[in-house]
Design a protein around this ligand. Structure first.
Ligand SMILES: *[C@@H]1O[C@H](CO)[C@@H](O)[C@H](O)[C@H]1NC(C)=O
Ligand SMILES: *[C@@H]1O[C@H](CO)[C@@H](O)[C@H](O)[C@H]1NC(C)=O
Ligand SMILES: *[C@@H]1O[C@H](CO)[C@@H](O)[C@H](O)[C@H]1NC(C)=O
Length: 280
């Protein structure tokens, strides 16, 4: 009884652990400020590389009328007199405040330092990454650097689309980039990798189960011989239970008409075989 209880507890915890480790085990290892290697439990899934977007002019405006430009991979350079939006400041995203009047000049502010790019995986199906940047232009009033959070979504039917969500909280700029270049190359391996990952996890937990079980049986419960294997009787009997159940199912589902199992049934008696054979 005690052994069975222990088994139930161990098996339940294993299932929970497997469930938990199946999620959140993905990461995207930074290769450059615009590319990362998506890896899961089963190894590398593919490379996400935004570099083809370099020659697109990615811009978007938010509801407050600010215009933003995103420069993937290589720091942008809007030229002299463009505030912090130059290569010297490693700008990845530039905020442009259009001139409100003819006399006013537009204001250029860096929201993101290209070199600070950090990738994390938000979701794997559909694939969505979060690209975090920090060290945008320093704000003297708040004594803080500007930050950017760019959600990068994979969609095979979109070349590139940048949406500016605006500034929230203060000095944090939020965007959504949707593109086919945000999809990992060699994505067809994805299913395989997840399957392999689950198998690997299952395998490692089985080994753990065996070791912990043997330890408990040998040192705690002082069992000897084959009995030291965890739930020895259960595992020895299970294959036979499976076999019996399988055979039983087969006998119900696939029993050909006219085959006799045991004694004749009333159904067989009332069935006219000559009639049946004529149809065949
Ligand atoms: C951009 O980030 C890099 C790496 O953190 C840092 O070395 C560099 O000084 C930063 N540049 C600016 C202008 O903040
Ligand atoms: C903004 O200023 C530039 C020159 O700095 C000028 O060419 C442009 O027409 C101005 N735009 C508006 C909307 O006032
Ligand atoms: C990809 O974009 C198309 C067109 O906007 C949209 O219809 C589709 O639902 C998107 N797919 C995903 C997975 O978001």
């Amino acid at each position: 009884m005690r052994g069975e209880l222990i088994t139930i507890i161990i098996v339940t915890s294993l299932l929970i652990l497997i469930g938990c480790s199946g999620l959140g085990e993905y990461s995207c290892l930074k290769v450059s400020s615009c590319s990362c290697k998506l890896v899961g439990l089963g190894g590398e899934i593919g490379l996400i590389d935004l570099s083809p977007l370099q020659d697109r002019s990615l811009s978007a405006s938010d509801s407050s009328g600010y215009v933003y430009r995103y420069f993937p991979c290589v720091p942008g350079d809007l030229g002299a007199d463009r505030g912090t939006c130059d290569a010297q400041n490693h700008v990845a995203i530039c905020q442009i405040q259009p001139n409100k009047s003819i006399t006013e000049e537009p204001v250029f502010t860096s929201c993101a330092n290209q070199s600070t790019a950090e990738f994390s995986v938000q979701s794997i199906s559909p694939i969505s990454l979060l690209l975090d940047f920090s060290k945008g232009e320093f704000d003297d009033g708040r004594e803080e650097y500007r930050l950017t959070k760019l959600e990068v979504n994979c969609n095979y039917s979109i070349d590139s689309q940048l949406i500016a969500l605006g500034e929230f909280p203060t000095l944090t700029y939020n965007f959504i980039l949707t593109s086919k270049y945000a999809c990992p190359r060699e994505v067809e391996q994805l299913e395989f990798s997840i399957g392999l990952g689950v198998l690997l996890v299952l395998f490692s937990y089985s080994i753990l189960y065996l070791f912990v079980g043997v330890y408990i049986n040998a040192f705690w419960l002082k069992k000897r011989g084959f009995e030291i294997f965890p739930n020895y009787h259960f595992w020895v009997e299970t294959p036979f239970l499976f076999r019996d159940g399988f055979v039983f199912c087969l006998s119900i589902c696939y029993r050909p008409i006219g085959t006799r199992i045991g004694t004749k049934t009333e159904l067989e008696d009332s069935f006219d075989y000559r009639e049946y054979n004529r149809i065949e």
